[in-house]
Design a protein around this ligand. Sequence first.
Ligand code: VGL
Ligand code: ZN
Length: 210
Amino acid sequence: MASIDDNTALIVIDVQNDFCPGGALAVGDGHEVVPLINELITQFEHVILTQDWHPEGHSSFASRHEDREPFGSVQMHYGEQTLWPDHCIQGTSGADFHPDLAWDKAQLIIRKGFRPGIDSYSAFFENDRTTPTGLAGYLRERGLSKLVLTGLATDFCVAYSALDAARLGFEVSVVVDASRAIDLNGSLAAAEQQMREAGVVLTRSGAIAA
Ligand code: VGL
Ligand code: ZN
């Protein structure tokens, strides 16, 4: 059972309209996580949100690449990049948090994916796995050493964030029933296995207790 103390933060990943039904990159039933996450938010004193936040014409958009379709991939200077439909464009309603998400308690909102030439799945590093977002320094300075992650999508932004956090020495759990996956070519099973191997605890919202 994951227990919450003063050194624990809840990090809610990308619960935005474009990842919910009707959105540009909808994750199956993404909206279903909202009531569970709102319940989690009431349990935590320290709540942090992330927001996928791309400029128009971002290099992760298939529309930017000739003869490429969404969910294909392209070689970038930092490695292979999956191509996505245009999504979470800065200032659009698709980039807004889901209207029912209880976001007002958030102490920090960290935006990512704002550099035109590089994507950022993780809340800690851009997809080159080296350019930091600053979140690790913020958490360390505040003594927040235990992290509970949840949100969208389990196999991309949640998993990349969890793996980076574990690599950085944080104690990490992921609340799987309050997360939903894109599941591209087996990406959910692969992400879950990688997380387990990295020591990330996969848990359920009923097992989180103060
Ligand atoms: C995400 C793909 C592209 C996510 C963000 O939040 O998991 N996935 N941008
Ligand atoms: Zn994105």
